[in-house]
Write a protein that binds this ligand. Structure first.
Ligand SMILES: *[C@@H]1O[C@H](CO)[C@@H](O)[C@H](O)[C@H]1NC(C)=O
Ligand SMILES: *[C@@H]1O[C@H](CO)[C@@H](O)[C@H](O)[C@H]1NC(C)=O
Ligand SMILES: *[C@@H]1O[C@H](CO)[C@@H](O)[C@H](O)[C@H]1NC(C)=O
Ligand SMILES: *[C@@H]1O[C@H](CO)[C@@H](O)[C@H](O)[C@H]1NC(C)=O
Ligand SMILES: *[C@@H]1O[C@H](CO)[C@@H](O)[C@H](O)[C@H]1NC(C)=O
Ligand SMILES: *[C@@H]1O[C@H](CO)[C@@H](O)[C@H](O)[C@H]1NC(C)=O
Length: 603
C-alpha cells in the first residue's frame, strides 16, 4: 500500500518532468472590445512560418471569408503568437479559422472558433450579461493514476455552460454562438419578448432565481448601498439547490492567478520549465473545452513565480521574474487587454460595466527584506504608477460605469489570518486603508479576488462595497470552519457609520429623521463556503433598469449552484460619451487629497 501511494505521489510530481507537451496546438480569443478581438494561436508545426486568421460573420448565413491579421510562430515565444483582428461591429458574432502561408485552411481548429464582440461602451445603455471568476487550478488534482491531464474544474464549467454538448436532454442552446436574440424558455412572460443580451425590455428583466422552478427559496439580498441588512447575522445559510442555466450569455472568465503551480510540489525557474507548465494546461482537453468557446482574461499570482512572490519594485525585479513573466506573457498576458504599455495590469469595459485588473506581484515590496529604520519608502502592493492608474480609472468610471469591478489576485479583506496576513492586502495597511476609503466614495464597487482556496463574500463599511473571493477552480480546498480557517466574522477595526433614516408617515410622505451614528466593524463576513475543490462564481450584471442596477451572484461548487444572492446598486447618473476621455473630476482629486494620496504621476 505504502509503495503504491509512494509511486502515485512520485508519478504526480514527475508528470510535468516526463511529458513536455511540445506539440500542443491551440487557438483562442482573448481581449474583446466593441470593434476588435485578440486572437492567440500556438502552432509548432508551422515553426518559423505564419498563419492567417480567416474570419467572417457568424450571423449572416454563408458570409464570405475574409483574411485578417497574420500570426508568426517563433521559437523565442515558444511558437505562441497573438494578433488583433480589427474593424468588427459591436455586439456581433464572428467565426474564424486559420490558413497557412499557401492559403490552405489548417486542420486545426477543425471547426470555426466562434466569438462575439462586446457592446459599444460609448452608448450609454443598460446591459445584461454574465461572467465567471475564479482562480487556482492544476491538472489531475486530486490525483488519479489515469487522470492524465484532466482539470476537473474546467470539465464542470464546460458542462454548466453548455450542457447540450454533453448530450443532456432539453438543454438550452449554447448562447455564445447566437447572433439573433436568444429566447428565455423558462420565463413564459418573457418568451414573447425578443430579448437581446444588451438591451432587454424592463418587463422581461425578472429575477432568474425567483422564477426558477427548481428553486423555491428566495435568494438573499446584500445591499451594498446601506447598512440596512442586519448587522447581526452576517453569515447566511446556503441554498443548496441547483439552478438550470438561463439564456443570459456568459461573456468571459476572469482567472485570477495560480494558473500553473510552478513550485508545487517542486519545480525549477528556467524559461523552459515555465513554458512547459503552460503547455500542459493548454494541452488539457478540459481547459480546451472552455478556451475554444469562452474568452479567458487572466492575471498572475504567486504560483506563476513561486510561493508568496514579491517582485520588489519598478527599478529591479526579484528573479525569477524574467523567466516566469516571459512565459506568462506568451501564454496569457499578451492576449489580455493592453491599455497600459508594458504592464500586466489592465482595464476594460463591457458596455456600462468597468473592470480594473491589478498586478499585485510585480511592484510589491518584499516584506521579508529588512529595511533601514530611517527608510523613506513606504511598503507598497501596487507601486506608484499602478496606484495612479487605478485611482485615475476610478475617477473616470465613477460616473461613466454603473458597476465597477476592482480585481485583485489576493483578497482586500483582512478577515483571513495566518498566511493571508503576510500575502494579502492586510500586509500593506496604509495602502489598503486609503484604497478602502476611496472605494467607499464610488458607488457600486465590487472587489473580486481569489487565492484563499475558499469562497467568501465580505461587506465593507456597512454596505459601502462588497468583496467576493472565489477559489480554487480546480485544486485542494480548505474545508474548515471559521475558527480553524482562521477567518473572522468581523474585523476588529471599527468605523463610525452615519446614516439618515427615512420613514414613511401616515400621509404617505417621507420624514427624514436626524442622522444617527453607529460604531460597527469595518468588515463583516456575509458568506463563507470553505469546502469544494471546484469553485467558480458566476456574476450576472443587470443594469437594464438604470435606477436599480443589480448583480445576481451564483456560487458554483462542483458544477452545481451552491449559493446565490443579489446585490443591489445605487442609480448612477451617467456622464456622456465625452466624459470618458475627461480628466479626473475635481471632486475625486479632493477626495484623494483627504486620504492623503499623491501618486507621482497622472497620465
Ligand atoms: C527556426 O528558426 C530558428 C532561428 O533561425 C532556427 O534555429 C530553428 O532551427 C528554426 N526551426 C525550424 C523548425 O525551422
Ligand atoms: C450555404 O452554402 C452551402 C454550401 O455551399 C449550401 O449548401 C447552403 O445552401 C448555403 N446556405 C445558404 C443559406 O445560402
Ligand atoms: C507552400 O507551398 C510550397 C510549394 O508547394 C511548399 O514548398 C511549402 O512548404 C508550402 N508551405 C506551407 C506552409 O505549407
Ligand atoms: C532563466 O532561464 C534560462 C534558460 O533556461 C536559465 O539559463 C536561467 O538560469 C534562468 N534564470 C533563473 C533565475 O532561473
Ligand atoms: C466614533 O465616534 C466616537 C464618538 O465621537 C469616538 O469616540 C470614536 O473614537 C469613533 N470611533 C472611530 C472608530 O472612529
Ligand atoms: C462619484 O459619483 C457619485 C455620483 O454617482 C458622486 O456622488 C460622488 O461624489 C462621486 N465620487 C467622487 C469621489 O467623485
Amino acid at each position: 500500500m505504502n509503495t503504491l501511494l509512494f509511486l502515485a505521489a512520485l508519478h504526480m510530481t514527475l508528470q510535468p518532468f516526463i511529458t513536455s507537451y511540445d506539440d500542443v496546438a491551440f487557438t483562442r480569443v482573448g481581449a474583446v472590445l466593441h470593434n476588435s478581438v485578440k486572437i492567440q494561436a500556438r502552432y509548432p508545426a508551422l515553426a518559423n512560418s505564419t498563419a492567417t486568421v480567416r474570419y467572417r460573420s457568424a450571423a449572416i448565413p454563408n458570409a464570405s471569408w475574409k483574411d485578417g491579421p497574420t500570426l508568426a510562430f517563433a521559437e523565442e515565444n515558444d511558437f505562441v503568437a497573438v494578433a488583433t483582428l480589427k474593424g468588427l461591429y459591436p455586439s456581433s458574432s464572428y467565426e474564424y479559422l486559420l490558413a497557412d502561408a499557401n492559403n490552405t485552411v489548417l486542420p486545426y481548429p477543425a471547426e470555426p472558433i466562434v466569438f462575439r464582440t462586446f457592446p459599444d461602451h460609448r452608448l450609454v445603455s443598460g446591459s445584461r450579461f454574465k461572467f465567471l471568476v475564479s482562480s487556482c487550478a492544476t491538472p489531475n488534482f486530486p490525483y488519479s493514476p489515469l487522470g492524465g491531464n484532466r482539470i476537473e474544474g474546467y470539465d464542470y464549467l464546460a458542462k454548466h455552460l453548455w450542457p447540450a454538448s454533453k448530450g443532456k436532454k432539453a438543454a438550452p442552446k449554447p448562447v455564445e454562438t447566437e447572433a439573433p436574440a436568444p429566447e428565455v424558455p423558462e420565463q413564459p412572460k418573457a418568451a414573447t419578448t425578443p430579448v437581446t443580451p444588451e438591451v432587454i425590455p424592463v418587463a422581461a428583466a425578472a429575477t432568474p432565481e425567483s422564477e426558477s422552478a427548481t428553486t423555491p427559496s428566495e435568494p438573499e439580498t446584500i445591499p451594498p448601498t446601506g447598512p440596512t441588512s442586519s448587522a447581526a447575522s452576517s453569515v447566511v445559510e446556503s441554498d443548496p439547490l441547483p439552478t438550470p442555466s438561463n439564456d443570459v450569455p456568459t461573456e468571459f472568465l476572469l482567472f485570477l492567478g495560480d494558473f500553473i503551480y510552478a513550485d508545487v510540489p517542486m519545480g525549477r525557474t528556467t524559461k523552459e520549465w515555465y513554458q512547459r507548465l503552460y503547455r500542459r494546461v493548454f494541452a488539457s482537453s478540459s481547459f480546451r473545452k472552455v478556451y475554444e468557446r469562452l474568452p479567458v482574461f487572466t492575471i498572475y499570482d504567486d504560483h506563476e513565480f513561486k510561493d508568496n512572490y514579491a517582485g520588489g519594485g519598478a527599478d529591479h525585479f526579484v528573479e525569477p521574474y524574467t523567466n516566469a513573466s516571459g512565459a506568462y506573457g506568451a501564454y496569457l498576458g499578451d492576449v489580455n487587454y493592453d491599455n497600459y504599455k508594458g504592464e500586466n495590469y489592465y482595464d476594460f469595459r463591457h458596455g456600462d460595466v468597468a473592470f480594473f485588473v491589478m498586478d499585485t506581484r510585480r511592484y510589491r515590496t518584499d516584506l521579508s527584506i529588512p529595511v533601514a529604520e530611517d527608510a523613506q519608502v513606504q511598503p507598497t502592493m501596487l507601486g506608484d504608477k499602478q496606484l495612479a492608474a487605478l485611482y485615475n480609472w476610478l475617477g473616470r468610471v465613477n460616473s461613466t460605469a454603473s458597476w465597477k469591478f476592482v480585481v485583485s489576485s489576493v483578497p482586500l479583506s483582512n478577515l483571513w489570518g495566518a498566511d493571508a496576513k503576510r500575502d494579502a492586502w492586510g500586509a500593506f495597511p496604509a495602502e489598503r486603508d486609503a484604497l478602502i476609503e476611496v472605494l467607499a466614495h464610488v458607488p457600486n464597487v465590487v472587489v473580486l479576488s481569489g487565492d484563499r482556496h475558499q469562497f467568501a463574500a465580505v461587506d465593507f463599511l456597512g454596505g459601502s462595497f462588497l468583496e467576493i473571493s472565489t477559489s480554487p477552480l480546480s485544486m485542494f480546498d480548505v474545508p474548515w470552519p471559521l475558527h480553524i480557517s482562521n477567518l473572522k466574522r468581523e474585523s476588529d477595526e471599527l468605523f463610525n457609520h452615519t446614516q439618515s433614516v427615512t420613514l414613511e408617515n401616515a400621509q404617505g410622505g417621507i420624514d427624514v429623521l436626524e442622522p444617527t451614528t453607529i460604531t460597527m466593524p469595518k468588515e463583516r463576513l456575509m458568506k463563507h463556503i470553505p469546502g469544494g475543490n471546484y469553485k467558480v462564481t458566476s456574476i450576472e450584471v443587470d443594469t437594464v433598469d438604470s435606477t436599480h442596477p443589480k448583480l445576481y451572484i451564483e456560487v458554483l461548487i462542483n458544477g452545481k449552484v451552491k449559493h446565490k444572492f443579489t446585490a443591489n446598486g445605487k442609480p448612477v447618473k451617467m456622464s456622456t460619451t465625452q466624459a470618458l476621455g475627461r480628466q479626473l473630476t475635481q471632486g475625486f482629486k479632493d477626495l484623494l487629497g483627504i486620504v492623503r494620496i499623491k501618486p507621482k504621476s497622472w497620465f
